[in-house]
Ligand binder design. Structure first.
Ligand code: CA
Length: 220
């Protein structure tokens, strides 16, 4: 995984940030704190958070899914872009990392808009479907275990409304997807996932080469 946009040389990347990044102070603090963790690489890049916030505003989203919370950068970026009555269902299995997320949600004043479910995300998504929440969501961000991407995607597709958007992270997988020598399970799963979406007539598709690759899939 990489935090900087693949293929964008460092000076140009820094220039891009210098003329476009408008990271709120609270997100900057969260990014600094997360950078101290051994798994810091799992945090999304700030320009990606900003893009997601813009998409959420364009959609007029009120209800969203955050599948894979980690320390909460994506959920906080989205929460700050939602209206006051907006809501996020956030899915993660780690108490340790989401404790950091919770602290920042509190600080930012959005904690009551984020419903954190500590459980395997598939269970949470299946519960939502069973509770009749199909097509009740506007936006979903998928950034959890790559082996389950297809499952998260299929459930998200049922949970979001027509015209809603699913954003899927790490689809370029540090470039490994394009290297035929690399045949580990995670890389193979992401390749298969990308191929599946390419052929999927249920969505309008764009793979954006921001950070580690972000697929945007609009439900038709
Ligand atoms: Ca990620």
């Amino acid at each position: 995984m990489t935090k900087k946009t693949i293929g964008l040389e460092k000076n140009l990347y820094n220039y891009l940030l210098s003329v476009s990044l408008r990271e709120p102070e609270i997100l900057n603090q969260l990014r600094q704190e997360t950078a101290q963790l051994p798994m810091a690489i799992m945090q999304i890049s700030p320009e990606q958070g900003q893009l997601m916030a813009l998409l959420v505003k364009l959609l007029g989203a009120k209800k969203t899914l955050d599948i894979g919370v980690f320390t909460g950068y994506s959920s906080l970026s989205v929460a700050l872009a939602l209206p006051a009555d907006g809501k996020i269902i956030a899915c993660d299995v780690s108490e340790e990392y989401t404790n950091i997320a919770r602290r920042y949600w509190e600080k930012a004043g959005v904690a009551d808009q984020i419903d954190l479910q500590i459980a395997p995300a598939l269970e949470t998504l299946d519960k939502l479907l069973a509770a009749g929440e199909g097509e009740n969501f506007d936006f979903a961000f998928i950034d959890a275990d790559k082996g389950n991407y297809e499952n998260y995607y299929e459930r998200s597709l049922q949970l979001i409304r027509p015209g809603g958007l699913i954003a899927i992270d790490n689809v370029l997988w540090s470039g490994k997807v394009a290297d035929p020598e690399i045949q580990d399970n995670q890389t193979k799963k992401i390749r298969a996932f990308n191929q599946k979406l390419h052929q999927d007539p249920r969505i309008t598709l764009s793979l954006v080469p921001i950070a580690d690759g972000l697929t945007l899939a609009r439900k038709n």
